[in-house]
Write a protein that binds this ligand. Sequence first.
Ligand code: DGL
Length: 277
Amino acid sequence: MNISRRRPTIGVFDSGFGGLTVLKALLELIPGADYLYFGDTARLPYGSKSVETVARYAVEAAHYFEAQGAELLVIACNTATALALDRITAAAHVPVVGVVEPGAEAAASVSKNKKVIVVGTEATVSSHAYRKALEARGLDAREKACPLLVPLVEEGWVEHPVTEQVARIYLDEAFADGFREADVLVLGCTHYPLLKPLLRRAVPSHVSIVDSAESTARAVAGRLQKLLPPTPAVHEERRVLPRLKFFATDSVEKFRRLGERFLGHPIDDVQHVDLKE
Ligand code: DGL
């Protein structure tokens, strides 16, 4: 079948490297697209910052993406989604997809007893964005901030006994009292998909792990089908290779080095960007 549809340009935004886990999921599902990935590495972490600051940074990045020709924005950063999705959506002139709603939707479809644990950064947890999204779907949610996990993942300690011990402490606290029988763990942070095997060992065996990176990729595929019909094209383009461009606000060399771990393959085309405040 001949595909006449043009390739969409998708902007993927994150505070740094972690959003590459979302890009990875997007590449698997929608390889026939041009991707612009923006990591605000000079200003990370977002997970300990205020709503005002995160919203300002994310809106600046959204404008940058639009200037680069992005037709759809994916806010891969859980913290930016949780704190500022409404502000980004209001400021952008193209559709915006965040990670919280797709993650909540996936949790709702998997949970049998409607009790869910969400792990994320301090800021994501304080915003209660996940709890609100889950409660709106009739689920009971407990959110647990796990601030030590981001630096441990960035250190490359994804299978380290220290990381396992830290994760077990957080999860034991989360799966306590009224939430012992929770049957879903939502990974509400870009870095946690790298810890999936370790987290699998640390939670009770009846618990399903929902990776918001994967559910977001499915939501983006759905959005693209509406934006750029005909629908079969997204699947037909599986044979086509993606085109990738990376932008980082701090060291390009560091982005390449750390980014490869998150994306799972080498990163070539990285450009340094200086966003004026
Ligand atoms: N990208 C952030 C998130 O998903 C984690 C890293 C940070 O705090 O900037 O919440």
